[in-house]
Design a protein around this ligand. Structure first.
Ligand code: ATP
Length: 296
């Protein structure tokens, strides 16, 4: 089943067509990266999914149960808006407990769940501090924490890692990876290298439409293509592998995995030939970067 289905959704702000017949389907249980240039309509998509931006036409279904309805989706769908601001005067713990209570949790569950999500974003030691006393990155992590209160089935995060230092980005990546299969996570971001590592599904939007969607493995070809970078005469090295129909690109030999053959199996056949012929290997990679894949 799909966690999220949008069919032919239109949304205009005056003359600007933010969503222009958006068709989108995100499978249940994936960590999905939502990418696209500035103004592609990603934030508007989150708005119509979260129910705070009204679509002009089209249909939206969350968890197979229609458009966002608090009676059905409260506690099951969570959203972190792009410019989420928590009350700066409230302590972190109080703020999260308050939001947990709003979801309908009793006091004891709200306290326990606040502890759990603070642990998820590694901020237990800041629980008593006021939001305004935190750095930008820490505030962002508290906002991410609130999205995971109550263990929702569908979580949408609009640029959750914007402005975070590399260490914090890595911590959030670990959190996102840990959610694989537990919930459906949709992460919008411009940092493609980051999404490549965190996500197993990717959707690309342009001008209010979905222009590409699929498994990360398929889009980046990381289970179907091997790239061997060699030092010296790359053509001569490629000729040694003629039986595998190689292609040369710069210093690299590009090999396609035959149907049903995994990259590691292909490597086991190819690399001994190269090594036996004293080809100097610099790097062996699978597929291409998400950036390269999307730029094509
Ligand atoms: P970014 O990557 O820059 O965050 P985005 O993909 O999230 O962009 P949106 O914020 O959804 O894109 O914007 C889509 C289009 O809708 C843009 O042309 C934007 O100018 C327009 N738009 C968004 N919100 C409003 C608004 N409240 N009023 C008028 N136009 C808007």
């Amino acid at each position: 089943m799909s966690a999220l289905v949008l069919k032919s959704v239109h949304k205009a702000y005056g003359k600007i067509q933010a969503l222009n017949g958006l068709d989108l389907e995100i499978p249940k249980g994936v960590v999905c990266g939502l990418v696209g240039p500035n103004g592609a309509g990603k934030t508007t998509t989150f708005g119509v999914v979260g129910g705070y931006v009204r679509a002009d036409s089209g249909s939206i279904s969350l968890l197979g149960q229609g458009p966002f309805d608090p009676a059905i989706h409260r506690g099951r769908v969570a959203l972190l808006p792009q410019d989420c601001e928590l009350n700066p005067h409230m302590p972190v713990r109080e703020s999260l407990e308050f939001l947990a209570r709003l979801q309908g949790m009793d006091r004891k569950s709200a306290v326990a769940d606040t502890d759990r999500v603070l642990e998820l974003v590694d901020l237990r030691d800041r629980a008593q501090m006021k939001i305004r006393q935190l750095s930008h990155g820490m505030r962002r992590r508290v906002s991410v924490a609130q999205a995971f209160l109550g263990s929702p089935e569908l979580v949408l995060l609009d640029e959750p890692t914007a402005g975070l230092d590399p260490d914090q980005v890595m911590r959030l990546r670990t959190l996102f990876l840990s959610q694989k299969g537990k919930c459906t996570l949709v992460i919008s971001s411009h940092v493609l290298a980051e999404l490549e590592q965190s996500c197993d599904y990717v959707v690309r939007m342009e001008a209010g439409r979905c222009v590409q969607a699929g498994d990360m493995d398929q889009v980046t070809q990381r289970r179907s293509m091997v790239r061997v970078q060699v030092q010296g005469d790359v053509q001569a090295a490629a000729e040694l592998l003629a039986a595998f129909e190689p292609r040369v690109q710069g210093e690299e030999i590009i090999l396609r995995c035959p149907v049903g053959v995994a990259p590691e199996t292909l490597n086991a056949q190819v690399l001994p030939i190269l090594l036996a012929n004293e080809v100097k290997l610099l790097q062996i990679r699978t597929g291409e970067s998400l950036e390269a894949a999307l730029l094509k």
